[in-house]
Design a protein around this ligand. Structure first.
Ligand code: ADP
Ligand code: MG
Ligand code: MG
Length: 909
């Protein structure tokens, strides 16, 4: 580590946006803006490497650090023409944390560092405003006391409230210099009382106290929990930014604000932001006063002027910066600015968090504007946002009882029980309860509760408040700044007029409209889903327009095919409209559970002779034929993989215990002898079929080997269905799949039966059907002997659910709810391997199987049909190992398509 500190400001800037890993996002972008010639108060960044080394050496700074910081402070002093700690002409600074990715779990920024009773005098003389001086001072003591020294925020808040009450004013801007002066004293006394330590007076101590607090904040429980939630490695560390202060609290020609270069909720290309005059730092975000809109176009309250009207020149410069930043970063930016006596200063820029709708709209429109390429648009989409586009919305036909309106901070429809604290939300949410987290405003401490809530409701704060920004990032419904509601934490209730909502009562939030409703409002399909289901015309939905445009680009890029797992024609139709290119898995057992079928299936299982079994099987044939016809029709012209019966037979029989109870009852009641005997016979069969370990028992192709009639019947149904459809002018493409093969001989036998039946049927009907017979690879032995198996199989489909079970030796149902969460908590496993494919273990078997399978049969078709087929990182893996397609549930088809395209683009990078 040669260089530990990087300066920014004007021509002396040493960093740039490419140095995000070293300087953190905030530091790198401050440097970048300075390089672009945008006015940024000078400062410097202590690199993330220093943080890492600080942890490695158990809390010690590298030797040279103090010296480097001193050198950079000197440089900053020269640029700003003021001295840190100087009684006449003091420089004040802020200390800001900044990891590679923005992290609300980190330390809060401390502003106005360098103030004490002495420097304050010089500061006031310099700015010529006593009130601003004391206001800055009380903010400093408050922030430093809270953030660095750990005094509860409420201790200060309540003193501030008390002061306002005493003075009979509503806003802190109405407090006088002497009020604020008193507050400084009171705040310092609180610090002394609560920490036992005096408030540090020496600017140098203040600075290092804040720097130390940033470094230690990297490992607070909040930060750790946020990292866990977002998969951020602990080894990254945070950078520290020290920056010269500019003041938005210097009276009526000063102010501070935040803005998005496009609307973060809808994605519309309009400049969207909020600001407050005579305010500092977080005032806008914290919802202390109602913020004003930056321009006329987005104004909501006609009585509040916009920046465009109040300070047209400043607004003009802000618009220029907006354009400059969008052109430069070629993405929507989230910016922070401060106006000090009519001069505009930029304090931050970063990629703006946005809703799924905004994400897709900005991506598509930026391609049309020539800012980015189609490929970049694809890269930018989060696969999980595809999911959000399909989330339900409230039924407009339902008569809703709107009790209050707030800001439509993050769209969506959510219902749940009201809770007032993040901890409680966390507790109930983990139990699977649907909850709405209600807060006056949220802060980084609430993240864990927000993560499990259905929706978030706040009484204060604007579109750029913490709740709004975090909710949009999480894709969660949020109504913010709903000032009509009265939140009473003490009595745990919300009141609006004479309506009272208690903790545990149901409410519903419409994040798209900003409405709060009583009770649980029913939901309907999202816009895209309604189009898919023919309930709306595509032309009526702009969102669908963006979606289909993006997906057309996705299809141009991706190499992997995407099929669907579907058991019914209805599912198949939906999946096809989502872009499925065939069926990768039809589970035929679902067809055996139908009400009128189960008795026949039972007859088949219980048949005492082969002849009787054949009779029952024949009864099932026409039903199965009908099932397959429906599927082939829905997927006309596209391949349909049908898996022959897989589960153990006892699954189709009544429950053992229940039957036992029934028989006992019949006997006690002196029931019909014959009937009792019949039931007892059934009981014996169930006992005979009962297995210690059904997952590893008599199932899959083992059934096909022992009861060939069942598989032969299914094959006949498949080929008869296909022949009939060909006669009707359709083009069915059947692929018959034999499950749970471990030894090639199992496949040889069952395949022979299938081919025989196929030939029989084709001869009978006088048609040629193009078909394939293949197998699932879902047992380790099958993967290892794939070369042999491929000689009998025209295709492989990886059943990674069973393959994960059998590779780990985990019985899914027995581990998922039980010890697996502990495993993940203790980092024994990085993730649930049933959700995210275990690439090193299970994936290695997949890779070996593909390699050996392709050696055994050139051009063998290979896909995956386990649930991993719709999980983005697993799809990428399937692409890398050279599969032909992935198959997933209908609703995950768009996600899989996007992930498949992203996998290609990752290779190009
Ligand atoms: P966060 O990471 O929570 O956004 P920031 O470090 O951006 O925290 O700072 C919080 C607030 O303080 C922001 O509104 C920012 O613009 C303001 N701020 C930070 N540093 C300065 C400074 N040197 N001068 C004026 N305002 C500042
Ligand atoms: Mg910020
Ligand atoms: Mg299986």
């Amino acid at each position: 580590m040669e260089k530990m500190v990087y300066f920014f400001g004007g021509r002396s800037t040493e960093g740039d946006a490419g140095m995000r890993d070293l300087l953190g996002g905030k530091g790198a972008n401050l440097a970048e803006m300075a390089n672009l010639g945008i006015d940024v108060p000078a400062g410097f960044t202590i690199s993330t490497e220093v943080c890492t080394s600080y942890y490695e050496s158990k809390g010690k700074y590298p030797e040279k650090l103090r010296q480097d910081v001193a050198g950079n402070m000197k440089k900053m002093e020269d640029v700003m023409g003021a001295r840190f700690g100087d009684p006449e002409n003091p420089l004040l600074v802020s200390v800001r944390s900044g990891a590679r990715v923005s992290m609300p779990g980190m330390m809060d920024t401390v502003l106005n560092i360098g103030l004490n009773d002495t420097t304050l005098k010089g500061f006031i003389a310099k700015i010529g405003n006593e009130r601003t001086g004391f206001d800055s001072y009380r903010r400093f003591v408050q922030m430093y006391g809270n953030v660095v020294m750990g005094v509860r925020g409420e201790a200060f808040e309540s003193l501030l409230e008390k002061k306002k009450k005493e003075r009979g004013v509503k806003n802190d801007t109405e407090l006088s210099a002497s009020d604020l002066k008193e507050l400084v004293k009171e705040f310092k006394a609180v610090v002394k009382r609560e920490t036992g330590k005096p408030f540090p007076e020496k600017p140098e101590d203040q600075l290092w106290g804040a720097i130390g607090a940033v470094f230690s904040s990297w490992d607070t429980p909040r930060a750790v929990s946020y990292r866990k939630l977002n998969n951020i490695p602990g080894g990254w560390g945070t950078a520290v930014n020290v920056q010269a202060m500019v003041f938005g609290n210097m009276g009526e020609n000063s102010g501070t604000g935040v803005a998005f270069t496009r609307d973060p909720a809808t994605g519309e290309n309009i400049f969207y932001g909020e600001y407050l005059m005579n305010a500092q730092g977080e005032d806008v975000v914290a919802g202390i006063r109602t913020p004003q809109q930056i321009n006329i176009r987005t104004k909501k309250d006609p009585s509040l002027p916009s920046l465009e009207e109040e300070m047209p020149e400043v607004y003009k410069s802000l618009e220029d910066i907006r354009e400059k930043l969008e052109k430069h970063y070629r993405d929507m930016q989230d910016i922070e600015f401060t106006i000090q006596q009519g001069k505009l200063w930029m304090l931050q820029t970063r990629t703006g968090k946005r809703t799924a709708v905004a994400s897709i709209r900005t991506a598509v429109e930026m391609v049309e504007e020539g800012l980015i390429t189609e490929e970049e648009a694809i890269r930018r989409m989060e696969p999980s946002q595809m999911d959000q586009l399909l989330h339900p919305m409230f039924d407009p036909k339902f008569e809703k009882k709107v009790i209050a309106k707030g800001l439509n901070a993050s769209p969506g429809a959510a219902s749940g029980k009201v809770v007032f604290s993040a901890d409680e939300a966390d507790k109930l949410g983990r139990k699977g309860e649907k909850i709405i987290l209600v807060r006056l405003e949220t802060s980084p401490e609430d993240i864990h509760g927000m993560a499990v809530a259905q929706g978030i409701l706040t009484a204060r704060g604007g579109m750029t408040s913490h709740a709004a920004v975090v909710a949009r990032g999480m894709g969660k419904c949020c109504v913010a700044g709903c000032s009509a509601i009265n939140v009473d934490y003490g009595r745990e209730r919300i009141t609006v007029g004479d309506i009272e909502v208690k903790k545990g009562d149901y409410i519903s939030l419409d994040g798209t409209e900003g409405e709060v409703m009583l009770g649980e409002v029913p939901t309907i399909d999202s816009e895209i889903l309604r189009i898919i289901r023919d309930k709306m015309k595509p032309e009526e939905s702009p969102i669908y327009g963006y979606y289909s445009k993006l997906m057309s680009w996705v299809d141009k890029v991706k190499r992997l095919g995407v099929r669907t797992n579907a058991d019914t024609p209805e599912d198949a139709v939906i999946a096809r409209r989502f872009g499925a290119e065939g069926i990768g898995l039809t589970r035929t057992e679902h067809m055996f559970f139908g009400e009128e079928r189960l008795p026949v299936v039972r007859k088949m299982i219980l048949a005492p002779t082969d002849e009787e079994r054949k009779k029952a099987v024949d009864e099932l044939l026409p039903m199965q034929r009908g099932d397959f016809k429906g599927l082939f029709k829905a997927m006309d012209g596209l391949p349909v993989i049908i898996r022959l019966l897989d589960p153990p037979l006892h699954e189709f029989l009544p429950n053992h215990e229940e039957l036992l109870v029934e028989i006992t009852k019949l006997k006690l009641e002196g029931g019909d002898k014959k009937k009792i005997e019949g039931k007892e016979e059934l009981l014996r069969t169930i006992e005979k079929l009962k297995e210690m370990n059904p997952m590893l028992g008599h199932r899959g192709c083992r059934l096909g080997v022992t009861f060939p009639e069942v598989y032969r019947m299914q094959a006949r149904a498949i080929f008869e269905a296909a022949s009939e459809l060909i006669a009707e002018g359709y083009n069915p493409v059947p692929e018959v799949m034999i499950p749970l093969v471990s030894h090639v001989n199992e496949l040889r036998l069952t395949r022979k039966d299938t081919v025989e039946v196929a030939e029989e049927v084709m001869k009978e009907k006088g048609v040629r059907i193009k078909y394939m017979v293949g197998t699932m690879i879902e047992l380790p032995r099958a993967a290892l002997t794939a070369g042999e198996i491929a000689k009998e199989a025209e295709f492989f489909s990886y059943g990674t659910n069973d393959l994960t079970q059998t590779t780990f030796g985990f019985s899914r149902d027995d581990v998922e709810g039980k010890f697996l969460p502990v495993y993940i908590d203790k980092k024994v496993l990085p993730e649930n391997p049933f959700a995210v494919l275990d690439q090193e273990g299970v994936g290695e078997l997949v890779r070996i199987g593909i390699e050996r399978g392709r050696k055994g049969r050139k051009g063998i078709e290979i896909g995956i049909c386990g649930e991993h087929g719709g999980e983005p990182s697993s799809v990428e893996f399937c692409h890398r190992v050279g599969m032909d397609y992935v198959s997933c549930s209908p609703f995950r088809v768009p996600i899989a398509r996007l992930s498949a395209a992203q996998a290609v683009l990752k290779e190009r990078k």
